[in-house]
Design a protein around this ligand. Sequence first.
Ligand SMILES: O=P(O)(O)O[C@H]1O[C@H](CO)[C@@H](O)[C@H]1O
Ligand SMILES: Nc1nc2[nH]cnc2c(=O)[nH]1
Length: 317
Amino acid sequence: MTVITEETYKYSAEFLISKLPQEFQQVDLGVICGSGLGGLVDTIDQSTKVEFLYKDIPGFVASTVVGHAGKLVFGHLGEFRTPTVFMVGRFHCYEGHTMLQCTLPVRVMALMGIKSLIVTNACGGLKSEHKVGDLMIINDHLSLPGMVGNNALIGANIEFFGPRFPAVSDAYTYALRKLAFKAAFEVGISPNDIREGVYAMVTGPSFETRVEARYLATIGADVVGMSTVPEVVVARHAGIKVLGISLITNDVVRARGKDAKLEVMRELGLTDKIDTEEDTEKTFANHAEVLETSAMRSNDMQRMVIRYADLLAATLI
Ligand SMILES: O=P(O)(O)O[C@H]1O[C@H](CO)[C@@H](O)[C@H]1O
Ligand SMILES: Nc1nc2[nH]cnc2c(=O)[nH]1
């Protein structure tokens, strides 16, 4: 198992601080941009923005997924010009990175002073009442890897960041969720297009089988994705408040699929013996669709995040 020491996190943060102007020596807010959602950095003041490629930052691994640019950007967000650090592209375990490598940037952000983190992602919808393109404020998560031996906090605990056994029962701060809904409604997002619910994490990279999708829905998940949870767990461990926003980029296929036995019975004229109904759905999840939906809805998400940052700056949360 790769071990990342307290010194490594500090070295990464010190590297960044040594290269940053005074205004970004300490940042208030962190944002992790999900698949195809990195456009948010195009909305910040371009004249003060400072960018680092992940490959140039000590301790960071490389980002390999299409739709994840692979850079850390410092800039002023919103009318209140909140000093913010953006991960434009994140790391996923399915890229071959460990949980510790995937979450290293969150601890670096913690060392740079963030008190609040916005985690965004693209995900598949598991409920028939969801529409592709809906936003969802995460109110809880279900970590399948975390429950069976791949929790982001496995390994020697670094007391400097937080306790050995942190509570995550209210990982997604209620007051911040309220603020996010307020921001969404204020920028004109319809209550019909934004929900609140449970994000399930699987490691991927294969999408769900039909029965896995039904299983996840049965055990309480509303959406499923391959990220977010490790970042949230590490952020909460370090005492950072979290808002999670999911964009439902595709429907996860839950129907049973074509029934070979029925087809053969029909072909042989055994129709009087058919006692079950077929339950088919021919679509399948794919990353191109994920990026297409992100591109369609990223503007709304950006406006909402900017408004949220301003509401946050104006409150004491
Ligand atoms: O969670 P983000 O990084 O937004 O990306 C999601 O989209 C990719 C699959 O299309 C997976 O990486 C999944 O986790
Ligand atoms: N696991 C998973 N991750 C996703 N990310 C975006 N869409 C999906 C999906 O359908 N399943």
